[in-house]
Write a protein that binds this ligand. Structure first.
Ligand SMILES: [Zn+2]
Length: 340
């Protein structure tokens, strides 16, 4: 089968790899229908994280081709969506809704690599969710988004306690930030402020429910949010970037007693304790427990209540993965879908 391998930063190749096989009785082999490139794949691509012959990809949808003897929740032929974190969905951490902290957790990007024709998914019963039937082709981008960016943006909004009567600010206009806007809208937020400087992304943010757009960043961005909220700050802030500036902007934009959900993968962020102390806010974040939300998200997509697939603005065949990375690196694309 084919699979994407990052030899070193900036060097992405599609190579022949061995087909995956069932190893544990809890495994499933999924023949992938579509996969994609994540904003987080750009960290190694840009050399911010190491990359030495890494198997790439952690977002996936496809058809179950084979199951181990202990798999009971999905069967051969099912169309499935999986989380980017492997989970058993039975341990105490999973049952409390934090499947990304499962005692058996494994990150799909670390060793599985779903930018490929097929993937072996461990703990298939606890990781994969079958759709009600075979999806119409037009639903596939949205189902694929549920695998990570939608689930992550959704978690950011839930962690920030977005809901009726709330003003929600979203820091970051990448795919996850846009999905946090969608989630805030679905969760009933009254006002949704998207922070973005890119006209196309501003337009998409408005499509997903943003009521206000702020172009300023850093302290100036914080000031703008305070201006819009009677000097108080937002009730709920989602941090969806992971840089020092974005995290401090999110903390500064949250009103005392408010909630900040942080889902941008943190890179060299150092939060001064004294600023966090005097901010007086609730914080929750980390790798999203996408598995918690998957059944609901699949239902919303299936019933055509949400259209997260619009975050994909470039579609390429898997063989052209290198071009996809380049387009995202150069910001010519927000998110690239790879067809198989
Ligand atoms: Zn678990």
């Amino acid at each position: 089968m084919r699979g994407v391998v990052m030899h070193e930063p900036g060097d992405v190749r599609v190579e022949e790899r061995d087909d995956p096989e069932i190893v544990e009785p809890t495994d499933a082999i999924v023949k992938l229908t579509a996969t994609c490139i994540c904003g987080s794949d750009l960290w190694p691509y840009r050399g911010v994280e190491p990359a030495d012959h890494v198997l790439m990809g952690h977002e996936y949808v496809g058809v179950v081709e084979e199951v181990g003897s202990q798999v009971t929740n999905v069967k051969v032929g099912d169309f499935v969506v999986g989380s980017f974190v492997i989970s058993d969905n039975t341990c105490e951490i999973c049952r409390s809704g934090y499947q990304s902290g499962c005692v058996h957790r494994e990150f799909v990007h670390a060793g599985i690599g779903t930018q490929a024709d097929k993937a072996r998914i461990p703990y298939a019963d606890g990781t994969l969710v079958a759709t009600p039937g075979q999806p119409d082709p037009e639903l596939i981008p949205s189902l694929l988004a549920a695998s990570d960016v939608l689930g992550t943006g959704w978690y950011g909004a839930v962690a920030a306690e977005a809901g009726p009567g709330k003003t929600v600010a979203v820091v970051g206009d990448g795919a996850v930030g846009l999905m946090a806007v969608l989630a805030a809208k679905q969760l009933g937020a009254e006002r949704i402020i998207a922070m973005s400087r890119h006209p196309e992304r501003q337009e998409l943010a408005r499509f997903y429910g943003a009521t206000d757009i702020i172009e300023e960043r850093g302290d100036a961005g914080v000031e703008k949010i305070k201006e819009l909220t009677g000097g108080l700050g937002a009730h709920s802030v989602v941090e969806a970037v992971g840089t020092q500036e974005a995290v401090m902007q999110a903390i500064g934009a949250t009103r005392p007693g408010g909630h900040m959900g942080f889902v941008g993968v943190s890179h060299d962020v150092k939060v001064p304790g004294i600023e966090l102390f005097f901010a007086g806010i609730h914080t929750e974040g980390g790798p999203a427990p996408v598995r918690r939300f998957l059944p609901d998200l699949i239902r919303l997509i299936w019933d055509r209540k949400i259209d997260p697939g619009k975050v994909f603005d470039l579609t390429l065949p898997l063989d052209q993965a290198a071009e996809g990375y380049k387009a995202m690196d150069e910001r010519r694309a927000t998110k690239v879908l790879l067809t198989l």
